[in-house]
Design a protein around this ligand. Structure first.
Ligand SMILES: Cc1ncc(C[n+]2csc(CCOP(=O)(O)OP(=O)(O)O)c2C)c(N)n1
Length: 699
């Protein structure tokens, strides 16, 4: 343990609870819940209400103990007392549920899905509506705390911890188990803080974990300290929270604290709790920690009179907050489409998010150059990717590369070969086999100021990570540009000699359709270098699709274009100029289209889109307006493939310029088949493309 960590650990031998402040926050939280339940929900001024009554006392105590300079907290929809304890103002809390401007999401997200950007003090990572989604980003934060202290030498991060706050049912989710595996195998400073109210909406805890006690079931889990507490004894609960945090803060590895709490009303405002008997409800009420806290503090620590004043004061405070919040403006509807991606202000400067990524910390990457300075012989796309990663790792200490088999083996495709040897195991590392864990961890790392470069071994295996990918993509928008998690997800996919439904999927359209992701699909080594570098120096999350057929394909080889070479997103490349027909394509189909165009007697112009989000509409429209005919070629399935989007834009924008229907040459709507014979029968072949060119030219 370092000196600073030891000092911080000793500070925490006794709970540092400011009882007056705690009681004040608890009472404000109660009054807020009561106001919403009794008035604002029936009046439809609040549309979603999640009471925290019963959960409030222990949450506020936890919040008071998160005193690290860079503690990271993952919360869920019932975390409002914790948020108030961490510094969320009463007005902002109420403005969030009432969907007023100046709130944490500007009315874009449910009012209990909170976040709290902080350059100093406990930072609350943007919460999600999905149960269990909070866990793996917290892991990324914890790993980054260690990285920033030990690799970047930033002592302010020493002793910082990450806390994941969830309910008992959330301990059944993939995210929980993924996070638990990573935290315990890597001995990360993480506290799993599980509030067990006995229910997930109406389903009892023994459907979530056998016997209903996750702490008991994890007793044999290695590298995990287990603690239990009951909120109806608030002072000893405070002691247990303090002890659990002390373990984690002292660098002794992760801990899990299960704390029993009553849920004093329905799951949400809509839930009438018909599934509970009157006896069960009465028993829950009897466990309300607030009267117990009063018994424990009055009169020894707080006088009866002071308590009563606090109670009255809290109700008045909330009533006054309501008056102020009702005067706040409703969110500006003209702004709703802003901040799906990083944006620039009128003066050209980036409208930087408050937290997440490098720009938020004032670190500006070199712009690079669009001029390729060809160096040496032609190299394959795989080497081009490896070399670009190597250079960016060398010039930017915040870049970290990780995934399954990425470390010692150098990746199953060999894209990271030798990188761990050169940069060490903190910067290039293997992960457990959990794609949710890989992407969720990357989210937490990006939020903690690193540039994560996770690898998904094969495109299809992004499926288990889709929740984290989607939540990452929407983060900037749903926090109204308070948070963003720029990263580059490398993802090999597509056919390679043979196909199969697991390793050969392309389905790039899924990411183009998801909100907030930039999508690159290079066809050759030079573009791979430029696009990867642009993404690594960018301010948005990016999917970098590495086509397996092109990684070592002869056609895709190009000289290395230099260490500063960048290709901007949204700029198509004219692979072959022509005047009679336009072929729009990307990825592995570019080579086939070029060949088909060369073999045809038609003057076909071949456009390689290079990126699908954004895609170069202008280049396509300009070409089609000139040639008046268009064939779109992609490897992905026909129905709702990205070609459908291009065709829809052309149908609207170039309707009167077209002399023939828009044609699509794609895979039919089946998965990629394994037998090369079957694969060849369905992949767009040079012959099929050629036929489409000829047919279209003859109309
Ligand atoms: C992934 C996902 N599945 C289902 C839901 C719907 N849902 C919301 S809360 C909830 C129960 C969660 O219970 P628990 O984690 O114990 O927390 P509590 O509400 O009891 O505090 C469910 C099923 C959801 N939000 N996310």
């Amino acid at each position: 343990m370092t000196a600073i960590a030891m000092e911080r650990a000793s500070e925490h031998r006794q709970p540092q609870v400011d009882w007056l402040r705690a009681v004040h926050t608890i009472l404000v939280s109660r009054a807020l819940d009561e106001l919403e339940e009794a008035q604002l929900l029936p009046a439809r001024k609040v549309l979603y209400q999640f009471t925290a009554r019963g959960h409030d006392v222990s949450q506020v105590l936890l919040g008071q103990m998160l005193t690290g300079a860079h503690d990271g907290v993952g919360v869920y929809y019932r975390s409002r007392p914790l948020m108030l304890s961490l510094g969320l103002t009463l007005d902002d809390a109420l403005a969030s549920t009432m969907m007023r401007s100046g709130s944490v999401s500007e009315g874009r997200d449910i009012g209990v899905v909170f976040n709290l950007p902080r350059s100093e003090g406990a930072c609350v990572l943007p919460a999600c509506g999905g149960v269990g989604a909070q866990y793996t980003p917290v892991i990324g934060w914890a790993q980054s705390a260690r990285y920033r202290a030990s690799v970047l030498g930033d002592s302010r991060w020493e002793g910082s911890v990450a806390v994941a706050h969830g309910g008992d049912a959330s301990a059944a989710t993939n995210g929980f188990w993924s996070a638990l595996t990573i935290a315990t195998t890597q001995r990360l400073p993480v506290l799993f803080y599980i509030e067990d109210n006995g229910y997930g909406i109406s389903v009892k805890s023994d459907f979530q974990t056998p016997g209903g006690n996750i702490a008991a079931n994890l007793a044999a889990f290695r590298n995990l300290r287990i603690l239990e507490a009951d909120s109806s004894d608030p002072r000893s609960a405070a002691q247990m929270i303090h002890q659990a945090l002390g373990v984690v803060r002292a660098g002794e590895g992760p801990a899990l604290l299960r704390i029993i709490v009553p849920r004093l009303s329905g799951h949400s405002g809509q839930d009438t709790q018909t599934y509970k008997s009157p006896e069960e409800i009465a028993a829950e009420r009897a466990r309300d920690p607030l009267p117990k806290l009063r018994q424990q503090l009055v009169p020894g620590i707080i006088t009866e009179q002071a308590w009563n004043l606090l109670e009255k004061g809290a109700r008045e405070e909330v009533a006054q907050a309501l008056v102020r919040v009702e005067q706040r403006a409703t969110p500006d509807t003209t702004q709703t489409t802003r901040f799906a991606f990083s944006e620039r202000s009128a003066d050209g400067s980036v409208d930087v998010q408050r937290q997440g990524g490098l720009l938020a910390e004032g670190i500006q990457a070199a712009v690079g150059s669009e001029r390729a300075i060809a160096e040496g012989p032609r190299i394959n796309m795989l080497t081009a990717i490896r070399r670009t990663l190597e250079h960016e790792l060398a010039v930017n200490q915040r870049v970290v590369v990780f995934g399954e088999d990425v470390g010692r083996k150098g990746g199953v495709h060999a894209a990271t070969l030798g990188l761990q040897e050169r940069f060490g195991t903190s910067r290039v590392f293997d992960t457990s086999l959990s794609e949710e864990g890989i992407i969720g961890r990357a989210v937490g790392m990006a939020l903690a100021g690193l540039m994560p470069v996770p690898e998904i071994q094969f495109r299809k295996y992004a499926d288990p990570a889709m929740e984290q990918l989607n939540d990452c993509g929407t983060m900037r928008w749903r926090t109204a540009n308070r948070f963003a998690a720029p990263m580059v997800v490398r993802m090999p996919g597509g056919f390679f000699k043979c196909g199969d439904p697991w390793h050969s999927q392309s389905n790039e359209v899924q990411f183009a359709h998801a909100i907030g992701w930039r999508v690159a699909m290079p066809s050759n080594a030079e573009d791979a270098v430029g696009l990867l570098r642009s993404a690594l120096r960018g301010n948005d999350p990016t999917i970098f699709f590495e086509h397996r057929a092109m990684l070592d394909g002869a056609w895709a080889r190009r000289p290395y274009p230099g260490d500063e070479f960048v290709v901007p997103f949204g700029k198509a490349r004219i692979v072959r100029p022509g005047t009679e027909l336009t072929i729009v394509t990307w990825g592995a189909m570019v080579e086939r289209c070029e060949q088909a165009a060369a073999e045809s007697s038609v003057e076909a112009e071949v456009l390689d889109l290079r990126t699908l989000m954004p895609w170069d509409r202008e280049a396509v429209l300009t070409s089609v307006r000139k040639t008046r005919r268009c064939v779109i070629v992609h490897e992905d399935n026909l129905t709702a493939g990205f070609g459908a989007e291009i065709a829809a834009v052309l149908a609207k924008e170039a309707f009167f310029d077209l002399d023939a229907p828009i044609e699509r040459v794609t895979m039919p709507d089946v998965p990629s088949p394994h037998s090369p014979l079957l694969l060849d029968a369905v992949l767009p072949s040079v012959a099929r493309i050629l036929r489409a060119i000829r047919d279209l030219a003859s109309i």
